[in-house]
Write a protein that binds this ligand. Structure first.
Ligand code: MN
Length: 308
């Protein structure tokens, strides 16, 4: 039995009373209503507090979450919901996945997913693998080589700029592209490890799990069993950290390849320097060329015009 307390505007508490009218029970002192569902007792107080008690109170509380006064929200929804990983997952047999390139104007999006066992997880940790954001490109490449040398099963996906721009024009958000990429990277890896033990799959969270689910369903795909999300997952799971290193390495390699093609070094990120490089590309190769090496819907495309 657990409980959640949240604060709501009084008109919402009145709305709750109506919503639960078929299951109302006598309200205690100071309460506007009390209702009892199959697995939750909900009590709305005149103070604006609402108490959800039961075996799975979050399920009931989530129905009203969007009306809750944010300052009183104790925990993020994704920190308790069905998609929140158990602590034991991090040291167990699991898959972790992460992406790179999403905030960079130039270059593709890449997603890396890695399968670890308790034993390979330990080996990866000893080789110094951690969040790729805190490492230099050179160090990331070295670590990627170690991951590959350890022969841990992995999958790596690249969404080229051409494909990215086509999907974007078709109405796909970047969130949908990322979701579908994670989904396919995981699916591919699941096939590779189908005979091996697996406690769960962890995605470094980039959107609400419900939105991820919607994207996957919109492509007529279904979520694999044991799927979890966590923000900053790379600092908890060595599989996610390794996935981020593979994704980052591949992103850097693609940037080198594109730079050679363009004829000068393409900058990472989305800064002013990026605007100038975009202008240089338009000047050298024409505006259509950008679609082959950049995420053209970023504001940088427009800003580049100032330099022409
Ligand atoms: Mn990430």
């Amino acid at each position: 039995m657990s409980q959640i307390v949240e604060s709501f505007p009084l008109n919402i508490i009145d709305e709750m009373k109506l919503f639960y009218k078929a299951v109302l029970t006598p309200a205690p002192n100071g309460a506007i209503f009390r209702a009892k569902t199959n697995n939750c007792v909900i009590t709305g107080y005149r103070s604006g507090k609402v108490l959800f008690q039961g075996t799975t109170p979050m399920e009931e509380a989530q129905k009203w979450g969007k009306h809750a006064k944010l300052s009183h929200m104790k925990v993020a929804k994704s920190d308790v919901g069905p998609f929140h990983p158990p602590e034991s997952l991090y040291t167990s047999y699991h898959i972790g996945s992460d992406e790179a390139g999403t905030g960079d104007y130039f270059g593709p999006i890449t997603v890396g997913a890695v399968y670890v066992t308790p034993a390979t997880g330990e080996k990866l940790k000893r080789s110094g693998i951690k969040d790729s954001k805190s490492l230099s490109d050179k160090r990331i490449q070295e670590l990627a080589n170690e991951i590959i040398a350890l022969k841990v099963p992995y999958s790596l996906l690249v969404l080229s700029n051409e494909k990215y721009n086509t999907l974007q024009k078709r109405g796909w958000t970047q969130g949908k592209m990322k979701s579908i990429m994670h989904h396919h990277a995981i699916k591919t890896l699941l096939k590779k490890v189908e005979d091996q033990p697996l406690e769960g799959i962890l995605i470094d969270q980039f959107c609400e799990p419900s939105i991820y689910k919607r994207h996957v369903h919109s492509e007529n795909e279904s979520l694999p069993r044991g799927l979890y999300f966590k923000t900053k997952a790379e600092s908890h799971s060595i599989a996610v950290a390794a996935g981020s290193i593979l994704a980052r390495t591949r992103f850097v390699q693609e940037m080198e390849r594109l730079s050679k093609k363009v004829g000068f070094e393409l900058p990472k990120g989305a800064s002013k320097k990026v605007d100038q490089s975009a202008a240089e590309i338009i000047h050298k190769h024409g505006p259509d060329y950008l679609a082959t090496c950049a995420k053209v819907h970023f504001a940088n495309t427009h800003k580049a015009e100032h330099y022409l």
